[in-house]
Unconditional design. Structure first.
Length: 671
């Protein structure tokens, strides 16, 4: 289950004698000019996109820049071995998690080393933003000019994926006395390109939520429209208005679990078996996003009332969020308004999938280092056993130092019995943006559960009809010169309407749990994602409610309204909610779930919905409520990724169902 990130460089060999023994006070007194004589460089801090071809010139000296220094774990191989052992069902250490305190005392960097790094940065005039209890990293800020001097580098601006991003033109460096205490450096601003993996319907992205119109259907097949000839017919079902919580619970089999609950009440106490429907009670699901909605609790209770869900209280829904005055890098990250729909989607989806589970929302100060801080808040106190993360980067194009630093957090979570769920991405194989195929990170990490996406058909009675892998192609219906209607291009059309991310990692070796399950033609000795899947297609989407922010400075909002949304940002919290129910039913914490999920897939093949290519072409008629334009949306066409029998790189083992909970209850042990 190891990965290729255990690169600890030559710095430990270079740092010697009195340099290693230098005390914190002495390090704190190193003048700014000392960095100019540094003798240890960090080539892993330079992102692949920081190339001369993308270089647009030196960054403004007074431009504010966020940085992060990663400290090495005391025993990285031992930490990975422990994380694998406690997560693997047939291992004698299975479920013998370490407490956060024990994990930190055993594997975390020393306080002396962390203090030394902090003292050095402060001596150079940089501002410390955060140091977690685990001391795995230090987040700091300073001007581009100050960072140039501090790390003996030159920060430039680069044109990357249509954005202007700051990064180092040469590898940064540190004095040898300090370098031995450091595993990696991040001073590029590529992490600020992290965005939510949520997707709206094409040509339907209005400035605020609005009622669904355009001839949508409340269930699959309710309404049909006549369109020009395609796939041998002229009548197609219309797109979905957005499923309700009850429709998803029914389709994915929650009703079938009635009477199979573990008997845990809302406080987590054991009771006898009872006949009520399992709902995740006694479990806590944490959600991480950037910033925070000012109206989330009231919006959530309005959503709950409208959808016959239990209301949330100060106990069942809690927030750990920064004061808005501490929000940073808002323009680069997409502003609080850009993340509000993500937060609403996450909490509504978790509450719908596991109505009795407690929800903890942890908001980050930004979409970069602030996300690591939010993650550490949860891990360092084990505030939840399930954490959903509906965001990601484009591919694995982050610097090796950054990836290694984040993977350390994933390993910590596994060692403590915390399951991390990440959306796999909404742009298929990413070739359109990157010009090569790649899964998205962090979902490609072998220590997290990557959640892909599907298009879901739910019948009139809430019955599961079918699923396809999420990948939509749109063809606009247009008038021909003779006045008849046709399509703008040959079916299925040229417009990509989003699709689940996935594929073979270029960074991580194949983990043990995927061997013998993932086809060798896909794996070739590497990690492949996703692991599981759930509803993601916005054309068969999910209805959420929020009071949309209309001013990112004052955070004032519009009245509450509903809208339909999708993306693997929906799939991840749905899967996390189902896992909460599985933990309640089985009476056991799953922790890092991949080993047991792959095991269940082998022992209970029916636990997952094996998502296959449609027997006949599947398509939906779609009318934009914004422009009135009409389209035919062909389903199951996800770039170079494709569904197949068994494991595939669109849906992994298959879509999550509540039958997984029953399988785990049969195979799992007590807490």
């Amino acid at each position: 289950m190891g990965n290729s990130l255990s690169k600890r460089r030559l710095m430990a060999k270079i740092a010697a004698g009195s340099a290693v023994a230098a005390c914190v006070a002495a390090l704190g007194s190193i003048p700014a000019t000392a960095a100019q004589t540094a003798d240890v460089t960090f080539p892993g801090a330079v992102p692949s996109w920081a190339s001369p071809a993308n270089d647009t010139g030196p960054a403004a000296a007074d431009a504010g820049v966020q940085g992060e220094i990663y400290l090495p774990l005391k025993d990285p191989k031992g930490a990975e071995a422990l994380a694998a052992a406690v997560s693997t069902p047939d291992n004698a250490q299975y479920q013998h998690w370490l407490s956060p305190q024990n994990w930190i005392s055993t594997f975390a960097p020393s306080k002396a080393d962390s203090d030394a790094v902090v003292a050095h940065l402060v001596s150079l005039g940089l501002t410390i933003t955060a140091v977690p209890e685990s001391r795995e990293f230090v987040v700091f800020r300073g001007s581009a000019g100050a960072l140039d001097k501090a790390f003996n580098t030159s920060l430039h601006t680069y044109s990357v994926q249509g954005s202007t991003v700051v990064g180092p033109a040469k590898a940064p460096s540190l004095p040898a006395a300090l370098a031995g205490k450091v595993a990696g450096i991040s001073i590029d601003q590529g992490k600020l390109m992290t965005k939510p993996d949520l997707e709206k319907r094409n040509d339907d992205d209005s400035s605020a939520p609005a009622a669904n119109t355009g001839g949508c259907s409340s269930y699959y097949g309710q309404n049909q429209q006549t369109v020009p000839l395609a796939y041998g017919r002229t009548s197609f079902n219309t797109f979905l208005c957005g499923y309700t919580p009850q429709q998803l619970q029914s389709a994915y089999g929650l009703n079938d679990l009635a009477g199979s609950g573990s008997g845990k009440d809302s406080t987590g106490a054991k009771e006898g078996q009872h006949e009520d429907k399992p709902d995740g009670r006694g479990e806590t699901v944490a959600i991480i996003d950037a910033y925070a909605s000012p109206t989330m609790r009231s919006d959530m209770n309005r959503f709950s009332k409208d959808n016959a869900l239990p209301p949330v209280t100060s106990t069942s829904y809690r927030e750990i969020v920064p004061d808005p005055a501490r929000f940073t890098d808002q323009a680069a990250c997409g502003f609080p308004s850009g993340w509000q729909s993500e937060q609403a989607l996450d909490v509504d989806a978790v509450h719908s999938a596991a109505p009795g589970a407690n929800i903890l929302y942890v908001g980050a100060t930004d979409c970069g280092g602030g996300m690591d801080v939010a993650m550490s808040r949860i891990l360092d106190r084990k505030l939840a056993s399930v954490v959903t993360n509906s965001y990601g980067d484009a591919g694995e194009a982050l610097p090796p130092d950054t990836i290694a630093g984040e993977v350390n957090l994933h390993v910590q979570a596994a060692g403590e019995g915390i399951g991390l769920y990440f959306s796999s991405g909404d742009n298929g194989d990413e070739a359109a943006r990157l010009h090569y195929a790649s899964p998205d990170f962090p979902a490609s990490s072998p220590w997290v559960t990557s959640v892909g996406g599907t298009s879901l058909a739910v019948g009139k009675s809430g019955n599961y009809l079918f699923e396809t892998g999420w990948g939509g192609r749109l063809d606009q219906i247009v008038a021909k010169p003779d006045g008849s209607l046709g399509y703008a291009s040959p079916i299925p059309g040229m417009l990509f309407g989003g699709g689940a991310g996935g594929g073979t990692s270029a960074v991580f070796a194949q983990p043990a749990y995927q061997r013998g399950v993932v086809p060798e033609a896909l794996a070739q000795g590497r990690r492949v994602s996703p692991d599981v899947a759930s509803l993601a297609d916005p054309y068969t989407g999910f209805t959420i409610g929020l009071s949309a922010i209309n001013n990112d400075t004052t955070l004032s909002t519009d009245p509450y309204a509903t809208t339909s949304i999708g993306g693997t940002s929906l799939a991840s919290p749905l899967a996390a909610g189902q896992v909460a129910v599985a933990q309640q039913v089985s009476g056991t914490v799953l922790g890092f779930a991949n080993p047991v999920l792959y095991s269940v897939a082998g022992s209970s093949p029916g636990a997952f919905n094996d998502v296959l290519p449609p027997a006949q072409p599947a398509a939906l008629a779609y009318t934009s409520r914004k422009s009135g334009n009409r389209y035919l949306v062909s389903l199951g066409l996800d770039t170079s990724l494709a569904t197949s029998r068994g494991y595939d790189d669109v849906t992994g083992l298959g879509s999550m169902s509540y039958r997984v909970a029953a399988a785990l209850a049969h195979a799992g042990g007590e807490r």
